[in-house]
Design a protein around this ligand. Structure first.
Ligand SMILES: O=C(O)CCC(=O)C(=O)O
Ligand SMILES: [Fe+2]
Length: 369
């Protein structure tokens, strides 16, 4: 029997605790957005600022291996400094794999609710696989219109044993291709800081890798909700595959001298491209030179959207702080050193709130009051 959702608790239990997700709720035939999902006006994504594609051309990653290496490296660095987001093409990932990933995401979320709920936190057969909804539902004033499955990589055997059958093979292949690409991009970014890091150090910065699949069901009124609220990613680099629906927005920081200061611009889907964004860890390592971009996702009323991010993050035991050479150059450390596990616990312990997560490591200068 379909629950009536007469009180807030019954909806929360149905969607969050019982693991039916937003999709389960939408499948009941919703005509209006439940109160628990209505965002306060300042969080709603009302105005769509379309930015033309030629202002943000995708970067041809294959050219890193040729005579245009320096130009491409500069384009990557510039994007990391200004927006913290860019798209790449000719990244080495077969287009068929990208298509299979999107299909696999639809296959997984198309499963019966009880099959997905088997991966909820606490009942999942593996601590590395977690199905859920919103971000931290217990702490949020308004829930996010999103369900997800998160798969942490520990070994090939674990992945093929515990990750859901609907997506495990393609997700693992995606992770492998991405790891090489991420290392390549990271080396370019680190080199431009005037720092040389051993390969083993680069490896520790992406020591934990996680493939997520996000599912954003259709929403009866996208202007009232968010798919994902304003946030930055906590890790080093994120690789994101989005489908053709669109709705991913990034904020141009207020201190940029670009004309679009403080505005939200869309990272429009480009067929065959992958989106790369800088996470908090890289902002900290670079002492603020590279921008961990604030971003958010709009919902749509026409078709459900999927996206497949890979988060590359440091091992939990790793100590993260601005690289000493960069601090020396800058004459000031803008962040303190943190144990990554502590940073991560703070990140997952709070609802999304823009770039607030970075404050955990920020050194507030006494002269800047
Ligand atoms: O769905 C998207 O395009 C972005 C998702 C996202 O920002 C995240 O999962 O951290
Ligand atoms: Fe994100």
């Amino acid at each position: 029997m379909a629950p009536s959702f007469e009180d807030g608790n019954s909806l929360f239990n149905f969607v969050v605790r019982d693991g039916n997700g937003v999709k389960g709720m939408v499948d009941l035939g919703l005509s209006k957005v439940p109160e628990q999902y209505i965002q306060p006006p300042h969080e709603r994504i009302v105005k769509l600022n379309a930015i033309s594609a030629d202002e943000l051309p995708p970067i041809d990653l294959s050219k890193l291996d040729g005579p245009d290496h320096d130009q491409v490296a500069d384009a990557i660095v510039n994007a990391a400094e200004v927006l913290g987001f860019f798209q790449v093409v000719n990244h080495g990932m077969p287009v068929e794999l990208l298509e299979s990933l999107k299909n696999a995401a639809h296959d997984f979320f198309g499963l019966a609710p009880e099959k997905k709920a088997a991966y909820r936190k606490g009942v999942s057969p593996s601590p590395y696989v977690k199905y859920g909804t919103s971000f931290v539902p217990e702490k949020e004033k308004a829930l996010e219109w999103k369900d997800y499955i998160s798969m942490v990589y520990s070994s090939d055997v674990d992945a093929l044993t515990y990750w859901p059958n609907e997506c495990k093979e393609v997700a693992l292949e995606y992770l492998k291709f991405s790891t090489d690409m991420v290392k390549k991009i990271l080396k370019v970014l680190i080199a431009k800081l005037g720092v040389t890091l051993e390969d083993s150090k680069i490896d520790t910065l992406i020591g934990l890798r996680m493939v997520n699949m996000n599912f954003y069901p259709t929403c009866p009124d996208p202007e009232l909700t968010v798919g994902v609220g304003r946030h930055s990613d906590m890790g080093t680099l994120t690789v994101l595959l989005q489908d053709g629906i669109g709705g991913l927005y990034v904020k141009v920081e207020e201190d940029m001298d670009a004309g679009k200061k403080g505005e939200w611009i869309e990272i429009s889907p480009v067929p065959g491209a992958l989106v790369i964004n800088i996470g908090d860890t890289l902002q900290i390592l670079s002492n603020g030179r590279y921008k961990s971009a604030e971003h958010r996702v709009r919902t749509t009323s026409t078709k459900s959207r999927v996206s497949v991010p890979i988060f590359t993050i440091p091992k939990q035991t790793e100590r993260i702080g601005p690289l000493p050479e960069v601090v020396k150059n800058d004459g000031v450390a803008r962040y303190r050193e943190v144990v990554f596990e502590d940073y991560m616990n703070n990140f997952f312990g709070n609802a999304h709130e823009g770039k607030k997560s970075l404050e955990y490591a920020q050194i507030i200068s006494s002269t800047s009051t």
